[in-house]
Ligand binder design. Structure first.
Ligand SMILES: Nc1ncnc2c1ncn2[C@@H]1O[C@H](COP(=O)(O)OP(=O)(O)OP(=O)(O)O)[C@@H](O)[C@H]1O
Ligand SMILES: [Mg+2]
Length: 400
């Protein structure tokens, strides 16, 4: 708490205030008597107003009233006829009354000024204390903001690490598929290279055939390198980088990685991708991660159902919600589904029904989609299985 600083001086004690009133009147009396004695002229009664004014200003209303009372008595006793008597004669009475009224006015005005000065001082002290309080609150708030920012940064880092870890786990389920996607073009490269060698070894080669084989080698090498690039992108913990994306490309990228796995699990995958799907402003790797998790979850959900019924349908279309345009992707399976009361739990961190599951896939996916201004939700299918969908604002809206 800030110590109040006196405006002129701090309020004196009551004894001091009354003492100053008495002393002022006594000193004024002495001075007036002295001046009267030396100049032999009309008494300097106006000096009493100075004493009253000073007493009221110094000591407040009560001290002022005491000074007025004393001054009236002294003025009556020493300066009005008959002298040295408290009973004035009738001629002098108006002077005494006038003196008393004037003293009262001067005293009241002075006391009022004193009280105004005091109020001003109190208001100033209050203000200073409030400013001080505000400054301290502000300092504390600044500290809290800095602390919160630090915590938020740490949280983002943990979330990114967690997303990365979940991505690696999901990819772990697809290692066979990924290896196949790289091996297949490499085998084709090998076959075509051998064919070229054969053609070159047997006399005059058919250059057209050689060119065709070499073109295929290049295409297959490109395919293998594209798969490796996608895997590297997914595997590394790169910082988020948003760009304009076509969700159809994301679907195709993910299906390339999951194709062999789906064949091995006897899951048919059908895509129904609309050409009018709007572009979205998003991080490519994060969206691949979300879709990869939905596809793997869908395949997992169908592992217990009859092979002929294992169908995963991936739809992509433009939707309009609250008159804003969105890109919507849904992954529909024919698996075991979930109970309606489970729907919210599916998105909880560490909720899993799988022996090898971590239960972070959907929780991370939802936070990724929501970070992009979209929604991710689950619905039970009418017949069997579940549909997981996410929507993202169309790029025109995301940018504005
Ligand atoms: N398509 C689906 N059909 C039925 N249940 C599902 C489906 N997708 C997810 N679930 C349920 O939601 C749970 C949570 O899914 P989530 O992807 O978060 O974790 P997980 O797949 O169990 O493990 P991981 O962290 O490795 O992805 C699953 O264990 C499963 O019980
Ligand atoms: Mg999962």
């Amino acid at each position: 708490m800030l110590m109040p600083k006196p405006l002129l001086w701090s309020k004196p004690s009551a004894v001091m205030r009354y003492a100053v009133a008495v002393i002022s009147v006594i000193l004024t009396l002495l001075l007036a008597r002295m001046l009267e004695h030396y100049w032999q002229t009309t008494p300097f009664v106006s000096l009493f107003f100075c004493a009253i004014m000073f007493s009221a200003w110094f000591g407040g209303l009560r001290a002022g009233l005491l000074a007025i009372g004393l001054s009236v008595l002294v003025f009556d006793y020493y300066f009005l006829q008959p002298l040295h008597s408290f009973l004035p004669n009738l001629n002098e009475l108006p002077r005494l009354i006038l003196f008393a009224i004037s003293g009262l006015i001067v005293g009241l005005l002075s006391a009022a000024q004193r009280s105004a000065t005091e109020s001003l001082r109190e208001a100033r002290d209050d203000l200073a204390a409030k400013v001080d309080e505000l400054r301290r609150t502000n300092d504390a708030l600044q500290e809290e903001i800095t602390e919160r920012n630090r915590a938020q940064q740490a949280l983002h880092k943990v979330q990114a690490d967690l997303a990365h870890m979940t991505r690696l786990t999901t990819m772990g389920e697809l290692t066979a598929s990924i290896a196949h996607e790289v091996n297949q073009p490499l085998t084709a490269v090998l076959n075509n290279a051998n064919a070229c060698l054969d053609l070159l070894m047997h006399g005059a080669p058919n250059l057209g055939e050689v060119r065709e084989a070499l073109t295929e080698i290049i295409d297959d090498a490109d395919r293998a390198s594209a798969v490796i690039m996608r895997v590297r992108q997914l595997a590394k913990g790169a910082p988020i980088e948003k760009s304009l994306l076509n969700l159809n490309d994301i679907v195709n990228d993910v299906l390339t990685l999951a194709r062999y796995e789906s064949a091995a699990r006897q899951v048919a995958i059908r895509t129904e991708l609309s050409e009018g799907l709007p572009l979205v402003l998003a991080d490519q790797v994060q969206l691949q991660q979300v879709l990869l998790n939905l596809v793997v979850n869908g395949m997992d959900a169908m592992s217990a159902v009859e092979a002929s019924r294992r169908l995963l349908i991936i739809c992509g279309r433009r939707e309009t919600r609250n008159s804003t345009s969105e890109a919507l992707i849904s992954v529909q399976d024919a698996g075991i589904g979930f109970k309606s009361e489970e729907v919210d739990r599916l998105f909880e961190a560490f909720y899993t029904t799988k022996p090898q599951g971590i239960g972070m896939g959907l929780a991370i996916s939802r936070s990724i989609i929501e970070d992009h201004g979209g929604h991710l939700w689950a619905e039970q299918n009418q017949r069997s299985g579940a549909t997981f969908s996410f929507s993202l604002p169309a790029a025109e809206i995301a940018k504005s």
